[in-house]
Write a protein that binds this ligand. Structure first.
Ligand SMILES: Nc1ncnc2c1ncn2[C@@H]1O[C@H](COP(=O)(O)OP(=O)(O)OP(=O)(O)O)[C@@H](O)[C@H]1O
Length: 275
């Protein structure tokens, strides 16, 4: 078996200092197999984003181990991390806040290419045009600023920016939850296509089991900072062991049961027999 793209072992992450530390994530273990997608799901505040940020090394873990393609990166100092950083890229939840409003789309995506050592402006522009084509954005929109794009298009820019670094691991943190259902489905389809074409591995984070069912191979269910259940997507969806997972499944099927969530977040195509 090939080395997993990502291995997270017994991860704990706390916020605060000393006696006021709050352990947001505790004892979390899972893998993302090479070329596959693992979804981390759970209700708001269960620690999904904290896991993603720790994997990105934006947060220092309290304990545990994070390996990317077999390399232990848990406590790698920044100078040794920098040359590896392009290998894992994040697509953020908020397509409105995650793009610099002062820059044109070509410069936003081109910055990732500049960091990869492509100094020539025209070469960057033509590579960004290729990436725009890849993510379904019109070539004529290269010089537009983020405010001139729709939410779904902005998310496509975010995906193009992530792909510009030619990563082998994509971390999508609620990457489609701010979008309307039909746009969400289109962006999910794009992510599926990208994965099929590039063999990229993906850690997909969502509160919505309906969203992850079509994209993930494995599901890790989190509650209050811990993993309560994990397994293949079809098994977890068809025969959830935990009442909590059944509740998430009901929430994905029935908008009315989604306390505090807007119905537009719900994908209605959840199949009870799995992916
Ligand atoms: N910077 C912070 N300081 C203190 N506590 C935090 C901080 N960020 C998150 N938390 C707490 O850690 C817990 C996990 O938060 P996290 O954002 O990881 O959850 P989540 O599952 O991603 O939630 P959501 O789906 O709402 O984004 C929550 O109780 C949250 O209030």
């Amino acid at each position: 078996m090939s080395t997993p793209a990502l291995t997270v072992t017994d991860l704990a992450v706390g916020y605060g200092h000393g006696r006021t530390t709050f352990r947001a994530v505790d004892g979390v273990t899972f893998t993302v197999a090479a070329g596959r997608t693992t979804a981390v799901v759970g209700e708001s505040g269960c620690g999904k984003s904290t896991v993603a940020k720790a994997v990105m090394r934006l947060l220092e873990p309290t304990s545990g181990r994070i390996e990317v393609h077999g390399t232990d990166v848990t406590h790698l100092p920044e100078r040794r991390l920098r040359p590896l950083r392009h290998r894992w890229q994040m697509v953020f939840q908020d397509p409105y806040g995650s793009l610099d409003p002062r820059l044109s789309a070509v410069d936003i995506v081109g910055e990732a290419l500049r960091q990869r050592g492509i100094r020539d402006r025209e070469a960057r522009r033509s590579r960004v045009a290729e990436l725009f084509d890849r993510v379904g954005l019109p070539a004529a929109s290269l010089d537009r600023r983020p405010e001139e794009f729709s939410g779904g298009q902005r998310q496509r820019i975010g995906i193009a920016r992530a792909l510009a670094s030619e990563p082998d691991l994509l971390i999508c943190d609620e990457a489609t939850s701010a979008l309307d259902v039909s746009v969400q489905a289109q962006v999910l389809e794009l992510l599926r296509e990208v994965q099929r074409d590039t063999g990229i591995s993906c850690l997909f984070i969502s509160h919505n089991l309906g969203v992850v069912q079509g994209i993930s191979d494995e599901i890790v269910v989190m509650r209050r900072g811990r993993v309560v259940e994990s397994g293949s997507t079809s098994t977890v969806l068809a025969t959830p062991r935990e009442e909590y997972t059944r509740r998430l499944r009901r929430a994905a099927l029935d908008p009315a049961s989604m306390r505090g969530r807007k119905p537009r977040h719900v994908v209605h195509s959840l199949s009870l027999t799995g992916a």
